[in-house]
Ligand binder design. Structure first.
Ligand code: 57M
Length: 353
């Protein structure tokens, strides 16, 4: 919005300047709104997030913690993006569309869980159907506006580029929906999901800057997609809002993000990877989300095949380590370390090709 009003100020033309401002604006918005939001949600929810009895005992002490803190992330991220972003950029609107639509799915799910005793929330099939529907709409438009719309690129191999045609939509929907659910599964300990989300957001912002810059893209042999540079502002806003959320989600958490946060942020990250044509690189950068999801797939498959036996003590895998006796902050900080290592590996693939 500021670009439209004060566009004559040359300083505002720089993506770097606006990204910097977007990060700090989102952080301050989230930080200032936080206490009001926590009080409001605690009053409305009267009992907070239901805690499952089947789980690590340490989680029972979390009873009463309000959920749906994702509202804080959405307000500060979207607000800051609208202030500092270029509102004529279709890529920014596509990611905002995923953020809001997935936020609505998660928000309804959370609301049902906290407002009705013993409610399991929105049925899984409806949630999945809506996630797919919104992802199809977003990727359909994305293909139209991206020069290499239906192509997939692989890390390490600069000549491996395949045009999937209309089938690319299936692949892109898998990425967006998969990312959304993977972040959701990861969000099970204080601070566990939001830090890897911020790390992925910074990395994808960097990728968006490179793909949006003709010379850098050519030099690195990565797709050149004019306009994706503007996504850096959104990534910066997401990082800023994530930092403010972490302020209150740091152990012992005063608030959880809820599905309204995890589904929407996960979907948005997936969508950014689709728009920048770096879906596989994102799978490396967000390796911790992939790792958590694979642990659940292995556990559930083995559980069904053996009629009740388990490979891990409990999944998603962070619970396995809790059950082994690691304290919650130990699990969380070690998973952060692994996230940083995945992120460095993911970024290294940009040059190693
Ligand atoms: C939601 N939600 C947290 C909070 C957060 C198929 C199956 C593996 C699905 C999986 C599942 O439902 N996962 C998605 C995970 C819940 O947090 C809420 O949910 C939001 C995210 N969607 O924002 O609102 C609990 O997580 C803890 N928490 C924190 N700090 C945070 O900042 O401590 C969350 C955020 C909160 C709080 O305790 O109540 C969750 O874990 O429920 N299911 C599971 O994750 C369950 N796994 C399971 O049943 N595994 C089985 C296999 C055979 C399926 C097994 O391995 O034996 C676990 N969930 C829980 N306890 N709570 C089991 C243990």
């Amino acid at each position: 919005m500021f670009l439209e009003i004060f566009g004559h100020l040359s300083l505002l033309k720089y993506i770097t300047v606006r990204s910097f401002m977007a990060l700090y604006t989102a952080f301050l918005m989230g930080l200032l709104l936080g206490p009001y939001m926590i009080r409001f949600l605690a009053q409305k929810q009267n009992g907070g997030q239901p805690i499952r009895l089947y789980g690590p005992d340490t989680h029972l002490s979390k009873k009463g913690t309000p959920t749906m803190g994702g509202i804080l992330i959405l307000i500060s991220c979207i607000g800051s993006t609208l202030l500092w972003g270029d509102l004529h950029n279709v890529f920014v609107w596509l990611v905002l569309f995923v953020l809001v639509s997935y936020g609505l799915i998660g928000g309804i799910d959370d609301y049902l869980k906290v407002s009705q005793r013993n409610s399991k929330g929105l049925p899984g099939k409806i949630k999945f159907f809506l996630q797919c529907l919104f992802a199809v709409i977003a990727t359909f438009i994305a293909i139209h506006y991206t020069p290499t719309g239906s192509e997939i690129n692989f890390p390490f191999f600069k000549t491996w580029i395949f045009d999937l045609g209309i089938f690319y939509i299936i692949f892109a929907v898998f990425v967006v929906v998969g990312s959304s659910n993977a972040v959701n599964l990861t969000d099970g300990l204080d601070g566990l999901a939001i830090v890897p989300v911020m790390i992925a957001s910074v990395c994808l912002g960097f990728v968006a800057y490179l793909t949006g810059h003709i010379s850098f893209a050519k030099y690195l042999y990565i797709p050149s997609i004019p306009g994706t540079g503007e996504l850096v502002i959104l990534c910066a806003a997401l990082t800023g809002s994530g930092l403010s959320f972490l302020w209150y989600n740091a152990p012992p958490a005063r608030i959880f993000m809820g599905d309204i946060g995890s589904l929407s942020i996960g979907g948005a990250l997936g969508m950014i990877s689709v728009l920048t044509k770096h879906e596989f690189v994102f799978a490396i950068i967000g390796g911790i989300f992939v790792f958590e999801t694979i642990s659940v797939v292995i556990q559930v498959t083995y559980f069904k095949l053996t009629k009740g036996k388990r490979i891990f003590l409990m999944t998603p895998i962070h619970h396995h380590f809790e059950k082994k006796g690691w304290s919650e902050p130990t699990v969380v900080i070690r998973f952060w370390i692994i996230s940083v290592l995945f992120a460095i590996l993911g970024l290294a693939t940009l040059k190693l090709r």
